[in-house]
Design a protein around this ligand. Structure first.
Ligand SMILES: Nc1ncnc2c1ncn2[C@@H]1O[C@H](COP(=O)(O)OP(=O)(O)O)[C@@H](O)[C@H]1O
Ligand SMILES: [Mg+2]
Length: 302
């Protein structure tokens, strides 16, 4: 609430996401407690008047992976969207990992659309995934170049971009560390357990929120995540930092942190694992509302 006007905020999900995203009830309750009028809506609900919101915040639009053009087309039509459509456009295809590498930021080594065993990264086990995906859909761990190349051919045959990475054994031992940024600064870290079992092949029903626990990142992880976060405006060609970001780090073969994924579209924020983060989200949304309305925030950002 500001100047006697109640700001209207949309938290945007998909049919599936709205039902099961554990962040949504926490985020909506915190925003309402702060005096905002909050609707939780589907991005593909034709009945929604997007111009009627002071801010629309993309959350669990988990079906974008197979509806990408439709999703980005929708995002173009929303006047005050976070993250903005330019960021979504850049971030919904993991080819952005190349931009990170070009910027000198370490990403998991990736071969793009390899056609022969000699083009695979040096490893005894590999991960194959489409460059547009979420929730480990169409993703698998393989132990032979033949299996890798067959999966790659399936993906490229369907017009998709295939990525092949070494399977990082550290994921089995240490998992991945999700570094959450909310409102321009680091918020919290969560450790995610491994998802791909050997010999399992492609599965569409993995629960990527199964094994989660709060984590304390190392200085090296903090520094890398911050550098990646700071690089986003330049790489996505936008002004200002994103409202939310999640940077998933793994340990590479040399024991150094590397970026597995940079999630600026619909990252789970793991609010149930970080009780203070909902408050950060409220402050971040209030700051965005102040910006979009050309007002100064009620309180200085903390
Ligand atoms: N190179 C890799 N080494 C080990 N595990 C991996 C690798 N790539 C992906 N995985 C596993 O697969 C999951 C999904 O892959 P990810 O790149 O995060 O894509 P998305 O989450 O968008 O589906 C990861 O959370 C991780 O458990
Ligand atoms: Mg992931």
């Amino acid at each position: 609430m500001s100047n006697g006007v109640t700001d209207r905020v949309a938290l945007v999900g998909s049919e599936q996401g709205l039902g099961i995203d554990p962040d949504l009830p926490i985020a909506s309750a915190a925003l309402r407690e702060a005096g905002l009028a909050v609707d939780v809506v589907r991005w593909d609900d034709a009945g929604v008047d997007w111009a009627g919101y002071d801010l629309a915040v993309v959350r669990s639009c988990w079906d974008y992976a197979w509806r990408l053009e439709e999703f980005l087309g929708w995002a173009e039509t929303v006047p005050r969207l976070r993250n903005p459509v330019e960021v979504l456009r850049w971030n919904t295809d993991k080819v952005y990992l190349r931009d990170l590498e070009r910027a000198g930021l370490p990403a998991v080594p990736t071969a793009w659309n390899p056609t022969g065993a000699d083009e695979l990264p040096d490893s005894g086990e590999w991960v194959v995934k489409p460059s547009v995906s979420a929730g480990s859909r169409d993703t698998a761990r393989w132990g032979t170049p033949a299996a890798v190349l067959e999966h790659v051919a399936e993906l490229t045959g369907a017009g998709r971009t295939a990525m092949v990475q070494p399977y990082l054994a550290s994921v089995d031992a240490l998992g991945e560390t999700a570094m959450l940024f909310i409102g321009g600064g680091f918020s919290h870290a969560v450790r995610k357990g491994p998802l791909l079992a050997p010999g399992e092949g492609v599965r569409q029903d993995r629960d990527s929120r199964g094994d989660l626990r709060p984590a304390v990142p190392t200085t090296e992880q903090r520094e890398l995540a911050q550098a990646v976060f700071d690089a986003v405006p330049g790489l996505a060609d936008v002004e200002g930092s994103p409202l939310y970001a999640r940077i998933d780090l793994v340990q590479d073969a040399d024991g150094r942190p590397a970026v597995l994924e940079l999630e600026l579209t619909e990252p789970s924020l793991f609010l149930p694992q970080a009780p203070a983060a909902a408050r950060s989200l409220v402050r971040a949304v209030e700051a965005e509302l102040a910006l979009t309305r050309g007002r100064s925030p009620a309180a200085p950002p903390r």
